[in-house]
Design a protein around this ligand. Structure first.
Ligand SMILES: Nc1nc2c(ncn2[C@@H]2O[C@H](COP(=O)(O)OP(=O)(O)OP(=O)(O)O)[C@@H](O)[C@H]2O)c(=O)[nH]1
Ligand SMILES: [Mg+2]
Length: 291
């Protein structure tokens, strides 16, 4: 209760520690060197994987980012197309991508080539020799920044991993005759305002499962999957009235995740569900519909 006697709103599950501010400041310095910025989003959660502080910084610096809807192979094609249209309408240049396979820029070829021409023209005007454009890859943890860098470099040059926070320090990778690319560490924390965003981020491994209310996020994901018409196999759409915890209990029984052979093991079930979704084992599913 606060002074007026009204119940306090639930505390948003959010953190914005000092090192985030430090990361933004460091990124600000890096951006001064950058000719182009690749902002990587997860195509399954395009809204929650945007980073308002980062976008604000780019606006302030007059840097236009090329948006990359990555992991498009794990999202629904029709939804991704709607997101592309929406983001273009917002004035962004944007492409869908599967960074983890293939080589070279793929759908980023044209925008990157235009950037290259612009950088050369600008330098010529100033009487300078041409040089390869410097690209900076940014985004929240685990969206595929290092994978994208590797794809653009045509080789495994940066370490990748299924957990958030794999990249630790800044690393420049030169692709002679093409680009120089900076893989910034994935320490631009997402802004977590409310359980819905938290669930999106947990389901895509953008936040560590050890840092969140696991059962709540798992239950909410299950509820959302059912609502979206993608119940995990064995679950049925009619269960959507049951509430997240009951649904998770049902899922536990279905999977035989039981404590002492009888009690549903909710944390284990939640972890399994969130991780299975993150890996795409429940199918290609977009969690956040385009506005
Ligand atoms: N299916 C699929 N998986 C991808 C794609 N891009 C990246 N991944 C996987 O997602 C996980 C994270 O990829 P990284 O490239 O390490 O992501 P990051 O943004 O550099 O992560 P941090 O450095 O931890 O912030 C890895 O397991 C990748 O294999 C994609 O387009 N499709
Ligand atoms: Mg990385």
């Amino acid at each position: 209760m606060n002074e007026s006697g009204a119940p306090k709103p639930p505390r948003a599950f959010s953190w914005f520690p000092g090192h985030m501010r430090k990361a933004l400041r460091r990124l600000e310095e890096t951006l001064a060197l950058a000719d182009g910025v690749l902002m990587v989003l997860d195509a399954r959660i395009p809204a929650s994987s945007r980073q308002p502080e980062l976008e604000e910084l780019l606006r302030r610096k007059g840097k236009e980012a090329l948006l990359v809807l990555n992991k498009a192979d794990l999202a629904e094609k029709a939804q991704t197309d709607r997101w592309l249209a929406f983001l273009r309408q917002e004035g962004h240049r944007v492409a869908a991508m599967r960074a983890v396979t293939g080589r070279g820029p793929g759908p980023l070829e044209n925008p990157l080539e235009r950037l290259r021409q612009a950088v050369h023209a600008q330098r010529r005007k100033r009487g300078l020799l041409p040089r390869d454009p410097r690209l900076v890859v940014v985004g929240i943890p685990n969206v595929g920044k290092s994978s994208l860098l590797n794809r653009l470099a045509g080789a495994s040059r940066a370490k990748t991993g299924a957990k958030p926070g794999v990249t630790r320090g800044n690393q420049w990778v030169a692709v002679p005759g093409k680009w120089q690319i900076l893989d910034s560490p994935g320490i631009l924390y997402p802004r977590i305002e409310g359980e819905e965003i938290l669930t999106s981020l947990a389901a895509t491994s953008c936040v560590s499962l050890d840092a969140i209310p696991l059962e709540r996020a798992g239950g909410l994901l299950l509820e959302r999957l059912i609502r979206l018409g993608h119940p995990p196999s064995g679950m049925q759409a009619r269960d959507s009235e049951a509430g997240p915890e009951a649904l998770l209990g049902e899922m536990a029984c279905l999977k035989s995740f039981l404590l002492n052979g009888q009690e549903p093991d909710l944390p284990r079930t939640a972890r399994w569900l969130l991780q299975a979704f993150a890996r795409g084992e429940l199918g290609a599913i977009t969690l956040e519909a385009a506005p």
